[in-house]
Design a protein around this ligand. Structure first.
Ligand code: PLP
Length: 401
């Protein structure tokens, strides 16, 4: 009989779950005392590793001072102001502004609304079309579900949001044709800098530059969904900087707090803000927990910790170790290929990875199965020794197949 807890992305009929009770650095423990290496940074988010006192203390101190208070007009709070400034400063839109919410899904829905709203304000109400890419993952609210390129996640919910059009994920010509066919109607193109949950697919050379050019030519906004790529994962603060393409809107979540508190947000470019700042206009969207002081304090402490420990600068080292390990698995014929960048990769096995994932768990390593690939996305603090354990365990388990 399943428990009362109805799990996300799980079969509701299942009662087979691992109860995690403790975590420190890259190590997790379950309720039977078994240890696991967290090579997925939980769900692509724990940049600084688990159990960091600096963040826990900052959240506790903030809650003792001001546990929670809302930020709808006319209220604000100091950690929200501070985190907005820190995020903007590290982003490719330093003169822009930062909207806060509680998750990546809320960030995506907010960005989609802001993109359409900007065109409405500019007097182009017909610009409602949003172009998405196959294999894209943009969360599970209705907007993000409609923006997803993973068909299975869109199906079974009835009608979604209208005016979403899909293009094959690497086909810039298809995008150009779609833009031309929807002349004057495209509000935005939404893309992850590197696709994550859909399979870890880096963009082909020149692809993001092509998106930018087409958006400029056709008057559409470019939304980069940096929920996974943001906050160091690629080796730059944002994927946009890693790939050298500046979007109009950036969505973020996960790594902004390393998951210590649920926070997401949207960075709006100065051009977007110039439209929104029209005197008298009100941004009629947002959440009870937008700018929640405890979440904001977690973000400030997390970014300070990442800065102190130079975790973004550490990523090229991790990239070297991770690609070395993946190349060795490939040379030994244990994986067919690998792809990724910075500190996020997919090992392609060429067969369904659900079973091998369970055997890896038995062997004490957490990876994420995505179809025929296994995703690897460790905390940015992972040691060389732990990377060694990861690849030794993968080699051992994959050799059994
Ligand atoms: N966008 C991207 C690119 C993501 O990878 C995710 C989650 O993995 C989301 C949006 C949704 O974020 P959340 O699960 O916090 O709602």
């Amino acid at each position: 009989m399943p428990s009362k807890f109805l799990h996300a992305f799980a079969p509701p009929s299942s009662d087979d779950f691992i109860t995690i009770v403790r975590a420190e650095g890259c190590t997790l423990w379950d309720d039977r005392g078994k240890r696991y290496l967290d090579a997925m940074a939980s769900l692509w988010y724990c940049q600084v590793g688990h159990g960091r006192a600096e963040i826990i203390d900052a959240v506790a101190d903030q809650m003792r001072l001001l546990d929670a208070y809302q930020t709808f007009a006319p209220f604000t709070n100091q950690p929200a102001e501070e985190l907005a400034a820190m995020v903007a400063e590290r982003s490719p839109l330093p003169d822009g502004r930062v909207f806060f919410c509680g998750s990546g899904s809320e960030a995506v829905d907010s960005a989609l609304k802001i993109a359409r709203g900007v065109h409405q304000l500019r007097g182009e109400p017909d610009r409602q079309v949003v172009i998405r890419r196959t294999d894209a993952y943009h969360g599970t609210n209705f907007g993000g579900t409609s923006a997803q390129g993973i068909a299975g996640n869109r199906e079974g919910w009835g009608d979604l949001v209208p005016h979403f059009v899909e293009v094959p994920r690497e086909d810039i010509e298809a995008l150009s044709t779609t833009m031309a066919a929807n002349q004057g109607q495209v509000a935005a193109v939404i893309t992850e800098p590197m696709q994550g949950a859909g399979g870890v697919f880096p963009p082909p050379d020149g692809y993001l530059e092509g998106l930018r050019r087409l958006c400029d030519r056709h008057g559409a906004l470019l939304i980069m969904d940096e929920v996974i790529c943001g906050f160091g994962r690629t080796g730059s603060w944002f994927g946009a900087q890693h790939y050298g393409v500046v979007p109009d809107l950036i969505t973020f979540a996960k790594g902004v707090t390393s998951g210590y508190q649920p926070v997401g947000g949207v960075i709006c470019s100065r051009d977007v803000c110039d439209v929104l700042e029209r005197p008298g206009w009100v941004l009629r969207t947002g959440y009870t927990y937008s700018g929640h002081p405890a979440g904001m304090a977690a973000g400030v402490a997390n970014l300070a910790l990442m800065e102190d420990e130079k975790l973004v600068q550490r990523v090229p080292h991790l990239a070297g170790r991770l690609t070395e390990g993946l190349a060795a698995l490939q040379a030994d014929g244990l994986i067919s290929s690998y792809r990724g960048t910075g500190a996020v990769y997919a090992a392609e096995l060429g067969y369904d990875t659900a079973a091998v994932r369970m055997r890896l768990l038995d062997a004490g390593v957490v990876l994420r199965p995505i179809g025929t690939a296994l995703a690897i996305c460790p905390p940015l603090v992972i040691s060389d020794h732990e990377i060694g354990t990861l690849f030794d365990t993968m080699a051992e388990v994959l050799a059994q197949d």
